[in-house]
Design a protein around this ligand. Structure first.
Ligand SMILES: Nc1ncnc2c1ncn2[C@@H]1O[C@H](COP(=O)(O)OP(=O)(O)OP(=O)(O)O)[C@@H](O)[C@H]1O
Length: 234
């Protein structure tokens, strides 16, 4: 499915350009972390790449058909939606909608639930989970169908250090397993820990893109330097 080639992509709403034009080529390996100030377009860009937001102009070309690419990717939303069923059934859901028999889907969900540290909670109702537990559920549910690419929009927003560390470990294991990850974060510590490369957005456009080492040690633009210092960048 890779590379994904994005050319002149824009997203407009009610006459306002939210994102773009964006030109990017994304290869099939590693972790891309999208950073930028509030409102710079991180969520919109991830949704555009995933096909969950409409392209107003420009192109988005996968190496395979768009339908095939959609089947091979998953998206973890900032506030994951939980069905009013057990944790186990929520994790199993992507398999059951793909036609896997219920018992097999639940057996596989048990494996993934344990892998993300929810082994003790599989029979609980999903809506009562804490924020960190919900994120773990959402990640297990995203990974269970073994997608090649997973988008995560602020996967650790409002989580404490321990929950963040656990989720980063899960993402590290997915990366080591060959899963391509594209995620947004406000947390520069997390960006440094996870990123192979950084895409820095400003006003809906890619302001700077670089390998993580280069971006964090020698950012090219004054805006990226200011952002990394924690200054207000608009
Ligand atoms: N459905 C929408 N209709 C109109 N404007 C929108 C819509 N969704 C997002 N926007 C606007 O588009 C811009 C980019 O928003 P987006 O949520 O992508 O930014 P972000 O970088 O993810 O922000 P944050 O860091 O605050 O989550 C913002 O100005 C936002 O107000």
């Amino acid at each position: 499915m890779f590379p994904l080639t994005v050319a002149g992509a824009t997203s407009r709403r009610a006459g306002h350009q939210l994102v773009g034009p964006v030109d990017l080529t994304l290869g099939g390996e590693g972790v891309t972390v999208v950073i930028g100030p509030n409102g710079s377009g991180k969520t919109t860009l991830l949704r555009l790449l995933h096909g969950a937001a409409r392209l107003s102009s420009g192109r988005l070309d996968w190496a395979c058909s768009t339908e095939e690419a959609r089947r091979r990717q998953a998206f973890v939303f900032q506030q994951p939606v939980m069905m009013r069923r057990s944790v186990l059934d929520n994790i199993a859901y992507p398999l059951t909608v793909r036609g896997t028999k219920r018992a097999a889907a639940r057996a596989q969900a048990r494996v993934w639930g344990e892998r993300v540290g929810l082994g003790e909670m599989l029979d609980r109702a999903a809506p009562v989970l804490s924020g960190g537990e919900r994120q773990k559920l959402a990640i297990a549910r995203a990974l269970i169908a073994e997608p090649e690419l997973v988008f995560l929009d602020e996967p650790c927003a409002a989580l404490d250090g321990r929950a963040m560390r656990e989720i980063e470990e899960i993402l590290g294991a997915a990366r080591a397993n060959g899963t391509r990850l594209i995620l947004s974060t406000h947390d520069m510590g997390q960006a440094r820990r996870l990123a192979d490369e950084v895409v820095f957005l400003l006003k809906g456009r890619v302001h700077e893109r670089a390998p993580a080492d280069k971006f964090f040690n020698q950012p090219e633009t004054p805006q990226a330097r200011a952002f990394l210092r924690g200054d207000i960048v608009e």
